[in-house]
Write a protein that binds this ligand. Structure first.
Ligand code: ARG
Length: 500
C-alpha cells in the first residue's frame, strides 16, 4: 500500500543543489515530485531486473527534479518525431492523432501545474511517455519507435538552448541600446581615463560607455555563432548507432527549425560541446558584466561619486544608517564566479568520456540551466539599472582635473612646435615634477615657468592644457572626442537596428 508522501519525498524542481528557483519565468510552475516506495521498478526498462533500486539510488539517478523544464521542448520533439513516423508509414494516422492530442493535453496539464511528476519515472521523458500511454493507450507505447532517450534528450537540450540563446541575444541587444542612449547623452561629459587605476588622460563618459557596447556586441556575436552549432538535429541517432526504420531526419529537422543534422549518430548522442560553447560565451559575457560592475562599485563609492544608482538596485546596512550599498553590481561580480564554475563543470564532465552516451551527461543540465538563468537575470537587471543611472559630471570633471591628465597634450603641443616626442616627454615630465612639488597643476604654471622646461612654449599653450581640447583632439575613429562618440553611437544604432 502506498504511504503518504513525507517531506523528504518532495524534491524541488531545480534539484537539491539549488536553494531557490531562478527569477526567469518558465511556462510552468514548479511541481513537487512524489515517490511511491512500492513502485520503484521503472516499467520503461525494469523488465530484465530482479529487484527495485533503493530509494537513495532512485534519487541519485533521477533527473526529473530539474529536467522537467525541458517538457515543452520534449513535447515539440515528440510531435515532430511522430509526424515523421506517420509520414514514412511506421505509424498509422489514428496513432498519430492519439499521440498528438495526448501530448497537447499533457502540455496543458503542465502549464496549469496539474501534471503529476513522479520520481519513480526518473526523468521528463519517461514521465511524459507514461502519461501519454494513460491518455492514448497503445499509440503512446508506439511513440518511442525509432528513437532512444539518448537522441531525445540531446534534441531537447538543443531546442531549449536555442530558445535561451535567442532571449539572451535579445537582452544583449537591449543592454547595448541602453548604453548607446547613455553614451549619446554623455558624449561630451569629461571624466578621467585610468591606466593602473591612476588618472591617465581625460576621456568622455560616452566613450567609456561605448567601450562596453563593443564588448557586449562581441558577446552577442559569440551567442549567434554558437547558435549555428546548437541548431542541429540529433534525433535519428537513436541509442547510438541509428535505427533500422526508414526515418526521414530532414523532415524532423525542418519541422523543428534545425539548420542541419548531426551527421554521425555516435557524436550526436554523446557530445555536449555546444553546451560548453554556450557556457564559455556566457562566462565571457559575465566577465564583461563583472568589469562594469567593478567600475560601478568604484564610481559609487562616496570618495569617487561619479555616478549614483537608483535606490532599487541598492540596499542599506542593518547597523550603519548612512549606507547605500551597490548590491546588484557586487552580486553580479560574485555570480560571475558561479558561471565560470559551470563552464569548468561541463568541460570536466565531458573530459575523457568514451563514446557514445554515458549517464554522466545527465549532469549537463543544472550547470547549463543555471548559467542561462544567471546571465539572463543579470542582463535584465543591468538594462534597467543602466537606464536609470545618475551621472555626476562635476565630480568626474574635478577628478579629471587632478593628476596632470593633460600632460600628454602638452607633450603633443611641443611636438607640434618642432620638438622630438622623446624630448617633449622629458620636458613635460620635469614640468610635472616642479608643479607636483608645489602642489599645483600644470595649467597653474606661468608661461615663463613653462618656458624654463621648453623654450618653444608660446601663449597658445593654455588651450592644449584644457580638458575639452584634450578630448576634442582625439578625433579619429576609436578616439574619445565627443564627435567620435556620436559617430560611434550612429554606427552602433545602425548595426543594432530598431528595438525588438
Ligand atoms: N535523463 C537522461 C539524461 O539526461 C536521459 C537519457 C537517459 N539515457 C539512458 N540511456 N539512461 O541524459
Amino acid at each position: 500500500m502506498a504511504r503518504p508522501p513525507t517531506p523528504t519525498d518532495i524534491i524541488p524542481r531545480y534539484g537539491r543543489n539549488h536553494s531557490a528557483r531562478p527569477l526567469s519565468t518558465d511556462f510552468h510552475e514548479p511541481r513537487p515530485i512524489m515517490t511511491d516506495q512500492l513502485s520503484t521498478k521503472n516499467k520503461a526498462w525494469s523488465g530484465r531486473f530482479s529487484e527495485p533500486v533503493s530509494e537513495l539510488v532512485k534519487r541519485y539517478t533521477a533527473s526529473v527534479g530539474f529536467d522537467q523544464r525541458l517538457a515543452s521542448c520534449d513535447i515539440d520533439g515528440s510531435l515532430a518525431h511522430a509526424e515523421m513516423l506517420a509520414a514514412v508509414g511506421v505509424l498509422g494516422p489514428e496513432d498519430l492523432a492519439a499521440i498528438s492530442s495526448g501530448l497537447e493535453t499533457i502540455r496543458a496539464e503542465i502549464a496549469r501545474g496539474e501534471f503529476n511528476w513522479q520520481l519513480d519515472l526518473e526523468d521528463v521523458h519517461l514521465n511524459i511517455e507514461s502519461r501519454l500511454t494513460q491518455l492514448a493507450g497503445v499509440a503512446g507505447k508506439r511513440l518511442h519507435t525509432a528513437r532512444s532517450r539518448n537522441d531525445q534528450v540531446a534534441t531537447d537540450i538543443r531546442l531549449w538552448l536555442r530558445e535561451s540563446i535567442d532571449s539572451i541575444a535579445t537582452l544583449l541587444g537591449t543592454l547595448q541600446r541602453t548604453l548607446v542612449d547613455l553614451a549619446e547623452r554623455e558624449a561630451a561629459t569629461i571624466m578621467p581615463g585610468f591606466t593602473h587605476l591612476q588618472v591617465a588622460q581625460p576621456v568622455t563618459f560616452g566613450h567609456h560607455m561605448m567601450a562596453y557596447v563593443e564588448m557586449f556586441a562581441r558577446d552577442a556575436e559569440r551567442m549567434f555563432d554558437c547558435r549555428r552549432r546548437v541548431n542541429r538535429l540529433p534525433l535519428g541517432a537513436a541509442a547510438l548507432a541509428g535505427t533500422s526504420y526508414p526515418i526521414d531526419r530532414d523532415r524532423v529537422a525542418a519541422t523543428l527549425g534545425f539548420e542541419g543534422l548531426c551527421e554521425n549518430s555516435l557524436d550526436a548522442v554523446s557530445d555536449r560541446d555546444f553546451a560548453i560553447e554556450f557556457c564559455a560565451a556566457a562566462a565571457i559575457a559575465m566577465m564583461h558584466i563583472s568589469r562594469l560592475s567593478e567600475e560601478l562599485v568604484i564610481w559609487m563609492s562616496p570618495r569617487v561619486g561619479f555616478v549614483a544608482l537608483a535606490d532599487r538596485f541598492c540596499t542599506g546596512s542593518s547597523i550603519m544608517p548612512q549606507k547605500k550599498n551597490p548590491d546588484v553590481p557586487e552580486l553580479a561580480r560574485g555570480k560571475t564566479g558561479r558561471v565560470y564554475g559551470h563552464l569548468i563543470a561541463l568541460l570536466t564532465l565531458m573530459k575523457a568520456q568514451p563514446l557514445a552516451y554515458n549517464k554522466d551527461n545527465q549532469e549537463d543540465k543544472e550547470p547549463l540551466f543555471d548559467t542561462a538563468d544567471t546571465l539572463s537575470d543579470t542582463l535584465r537587471i543591468f538594462c534597467d539599472m543602466m537606464a536609470a543611472i545618475e551621472v555626476r559630471p562635476e565630480r568626474m570633471r574635478a577628478a579629471a582635473s587632478e593628476g596632470f591628465s593633460t600632460a600628454t597634450d602638452l607633450a603633443d603641443y611641443l611636438v607640434r612646435k618642432g620638438l622630438a616626442f622623446r624630448d617633449a616627454h622629458e620636458a613635460v615630465a620635469l614640468a610635472v615634477r616642479a608643479a607636483a612639488e608645489r602642489g599645483i597643476d600644470l595649467a597653474d604654471l606661468s608661461l615663463a615657468e613653462l618656458r624654463k622646461f621648453a623654450p618653444v612654449v608660446g601663449d597658445d599653450v593654455a588651450d592644449s592644457l584644457r580638458l575639452e581640447s584634450s578630448v576634442a583632439a582625439r578625433d579619429h575613429i576609436g578616439g574619445t572626442a565627443p564627435a567620435q562618440v556620436l559617430a560611434a553611437v550612429r554606427r552602433a544604432r545602425a548595426r543594432l537596428g530598431p528595438a525588438a
